[in-house]
Design a protein around this ligand. Structure first.
Ligand code: FAD
Ligand code: NAD
Length: 472
């Protein structure tokens, strides 16, 4: 059989794993991306640089809390240049590593921008000039997403940032307006607040992180209320204009009453949109939704049988690990395996202080769908480990199906929630019941014990939490 020719467009956490897996399976692979090395948004201007900066923010926060147990540090001295260099080195190491892995696998790399000329051919406008024509048996679209920029900024202003420019931390402004209380607004707001900026978050809906579990968000919000200068909910930013080196901002509340505020800088983080334009999709049979997502089936196949799509461009949730998981499905399907993308649980983590994470079915979703569920919540005030760390504000929540006692969802807010959520995701995918979770021995003292205690709570057997109402 002749070698399958595969072209992968976009080298983010969807595209590069797809290219690598296809090459590992013996296919002839070309990966196309404008950057010099693979990485995409995630490695260059997303997950990785933001988490490098959040690590610094975490260190500052921990040091400032240490006086609670008698250890006092001086106020932090921030060397912005060094912080930036450190973040850039982290990105450089990881993207450099991917470049090497790509060469070892003999994946061909076309540095440029691709567009379809037909259902079997793409043309790449090469970064170095000129074109490269690539004929393919299969194509995988992994072009990701880009920030939404609402038309609220009058003219142009270098004081208004998107996530990419905010990650450059050009300076530490005295005060910062963050438009949007979602993932990016809260994560990057946390970074700037830890560096000493007074942060105001403006969110148009009634709560931060709309769509996330309210019990978890309430705990996070109580912390953010002291970390940020202001959090304005049910508020829209109508207009931002630069005057004399400052930003004049017009806000409107639910009653449509306008007010004005002044800021040194603003970060706009109101969501991302799929990168499906200018791809030449009109020359193929690929269809997109009204919002521009490429339509795919459970095998990640578009309406053009030899063209697949994965990652942010193929729909929500716009998360790196969802892109990677879809990459594996698409390539296995091209390889003739009956795979499909059908997870019971996709973990989501907001890397704030404290972290917030959820997986599987949320209580909100179950209530909206009128599904019967059981909910148990174990407060970290009753956890030995959380107490030793001075992190008593957390919560671990399990959602189960009453007819089977199977765990179908989980949520955590607290230190290390992003690491802990893996146990719950595995539990859901393995069909674990509350009874199993209760009996699995968890090491003491650890935060992961809160899963076991949450399950014990269901049977009214938690040694550390007494709940007379729960009789099992
Ligand atoms: P991308 O990573 O967007 O990569 C797409 C690539 O395709 C890009 O390099 C782009 O230049 C290229 N491309 C586009 N069009 C073409 C074309 N025509 N020809 C060739 N190449 C093209 N997710 C998490 O899971 N965890 C996090 O902690 C996290 N933090 C984030 C922080 C920030 C600030 C941002 C902005 C995002 C974050 N995300 C996070 C989301 C995550 O980055 C995305 O979900 C993920 O990168 C999507 O991967 P992808 O492969 O679909 O696309
Ligand atoms: P988001 O969808 O998470 O949040 C956008 C917020 O802006 C929402 O709360 C929305 O109600 C609000 N909003 C919209 N228009 C507004 C307006 N005019 N005024 C005030 N508020 C407004 O989007 P994001 O924060 O830009 O992040 C984009 C995506 O990137 C996320 O949805 C997520 O998929 C991904 N991401 C993930 C992580 C992570 O996994 N830790 C981190 C960053 C980004």
């Amino acid at each position: 059989m002749s070698q399958k020719k595969v072209v992968v467009i976009g080298a983010g956490p969807g595209g590069y794993p797809a290219a690598f897996r296809a090459a590992d399976l013996g296919m002839d692979v070309t990966l196309v991306d404008p950057a010099s090395k693979p990485g995409g948004v995630c490695l260059y201007v997303g997950c990785i640089p933001s988490k490098a900066l959040l690590h610094a923010a975490h260190t500052i926060t921990e040091a400032s809390h240490a006086n609670e147990y008698g250890v006092t540090f001086n106020d932090p001295q921030i060397d912005l240049e060094k912080l930036r260099t450190w973040k850039d080195n982290v990105v450089g190491k990881l993207t450099g590593g991917l470049g090497m892995l790509m060469k070892q696998r003999k994946v061909k790399y076309a540095q440029g921008v691709a567009s379809f000329s037909s259902s079997n051919q793409v043309i790449v406008q090469l970064q170095e000039g000129g074109e490269q024509i690539i004929d393919f048996d299969y194509a995988i679209i992994a072009t990701g997403s880009t920030p939404v920029l609402p038309p609220i900024v009058e003219g142009e202003s270098t004081l208004v940032m998107d996530s990419t420019s905010a990650l450059e931390i050009p300076d530490v402004p005295k005060n910062l307006l963050v438009v949007g209380g979602g993932y990016i607004g809260l994560e990057l707001g946390t970074v700037y607040a830890s560096l000493g900026t007074k942060v105001t978050v403006v969110e148009m809906t009634a709560g931060l992180l709309p769509g996330a579990d309210r019990d978890l968000v309430d705990v996070l919000k109580s912390d953010l209320d002291s970390r940020f200068d202001q959090i304005l909910l049910n508020t829209r930013v109508e207009k931002i204009s630069e005057k004399s080196g400052k930003l004049r901002v017009t806000l409107s509340d639910l009653e449509k009453t306008n007010s004005n505020m002044t800021f040194d800088k603003a970060l706009i983080a109101v969501g991302r949109r799929p990168m499906s334009k200018n791809l030449g999709l009109e020359n193929t049979n690929v269809k997109t939704t009204e919002r521009g997502f490429v339509q795919i089936d459970k095998q990640c196949r578009t309406s053009d049988p030899n063209i697949f799509a994965i990652g942010d461009v193929a729909g929500e949730p716009m998360l790196a690990h969802k892109a990677t998981s879809e990459a594996h499905v698409a390539v296995d399907v091209i390889n003739g395996k009956p795979e499909s993308f059908d997870p019971l649980a996709i973990p989501a983590v907001v890397f704030t202080e404290p972290e917030l994470a959820w997986t599987g079915l949320s209580e909100l979703e179950a209530r909206q769908k009128n599904w019967e569920i059981e909910v148990t919540k174990f407060p970290w005030a009753a956890s030995g480990r959380a107490t030793t760390m001075g992190k008593k504000k957390g919560l671990t929540k399990l959602i189960s199906e009453p007819s089977t006692n199977r765990i179908i969802g989980a949520g955590i807010v607290g230190n290390g929630a992003g690491e802990m959520i893996a146990e719950a995701t595995l539990a859901i995918e393995m069909g674990t019941k509350l009874d199993d979770m209760k009996s699995v021995i968890h090491a003491h003292p650890t935060l992961s014990e809160t899963f076991m205690e949450s399950a014990e709570l269901f049977y009214n057997q938690s040694p550390h939490f007494y709940s007379p109402k729960r009789k099992k």
